[in-house]
Design a protein around this ligand. Structure first.
Ligand SMILES: [Zn+2]
Length: 244
């Protein structure tokens, strides 16, 4: 927070009061000129700006991660599952706390910012969701895994049909992440159950693309690896879950 001309704040007045009164900032600076709104006395005051403390933050995004520093209010406490803004030269994004590392490699689910050494987190504004797709003829041998990238608030509902590129599938099961808040079960499988993409560890679905198409797609996947923004499953779930 910085103080501008006209902003008001509570300060001690040397003229009228032993306690604090509301003062108006007349000219900001190292020594700001302020006026007491109770008595009109004008004096100079060094206004202490609210300080932030920087903490090392590791953000995992899909199968990759990067390290940055984020300023936090020193009085703040962080809890796993909580979301915060990463606004740094490396990125501007919304992230969710997945773990807190204190001094001496100690870990906690909740801690004051000044005790924290490293904040582990995961980007949640856009997320990769790992999908396991069972063929609609029930043949387990051609179960496929890949991932789709969607906004974190994208809602998957069991029983609904989703299309991504040329993939079409019916959502059958939703496996919830460990640090996702407020789900009654770790795995949802009842029609109508829903979860946000950012809370999902894995989505299970029934392939609704044609069999011929799927076979062709499968071969294409094997040879090209990446296609239409859909990636082959590359241990994403394992990588994201391995920090904790
Ligand atoms: Zn005064």
């Amino acid at each position: 927070m910085s103080f501008e001309s006209g902003s008001r704040l509570s300060l001690g007045c040397p003229s009228c009061s032993a306690g604090e009164t509301v003062h108006e900032v007349l000219s900001p600076g190292g020594q700001s000129t302020v006026r007491c709104t109770a008595c009109g006395h004008v004096h100079k005051e060094q206004i202490r700006e609210e300080q932030e403390i920087e903490r090392k933050v590791i953000v995992s995004q899909g199968s990759e991660s990067f390290t940055t520093r984020v300023g936090f209010d020193p009085d703040e406490r962080l809890t796993t599952g909580e979301e915060f803004i990463v606004d740094s030269p490396e990125a501007l994004l919304q992230a969710r706390v997945t773990g807190l590392e204190l001094g001496g490699e100690k870990r906690a689910d909740e801690a004051a910012v000044d005790e924290i050494d490293t904040v582990w987190s995961r980007a949640v504004d856009n997320v990769e969701v790992a999908v396991t797709l069972h063929p609609n003829d029930g043949d387990r041998d051609i179960t496929r895994s890949f991932s789709v990238t969607v906004p974190g608030d994208f809602e998957f509902v069991i029983g609904e049909t989703e299309s991504f590129g040329d993939e079409e599938f019916d959502v059958e099961g939703l496996q919830i992440r460990e640090n996702a808040p407020e789900y009654r079960f770790e795995k949802l499988d009842h029609r109508g159950d829903s979860a946000f993409a950012k809370d999902l560890k894995r989505l299970y679905a029934r392939d609704q693309s044609s069999t011929a198409w799927s076979a062709w797609w499968y071969l294409r996947q094997v040879f090209s690896g990446i296609w239409f923004g859909m990636r082959r499953y590359r241990d994403y779930g394992v990588a994201a879950g391995s920090y904790w």
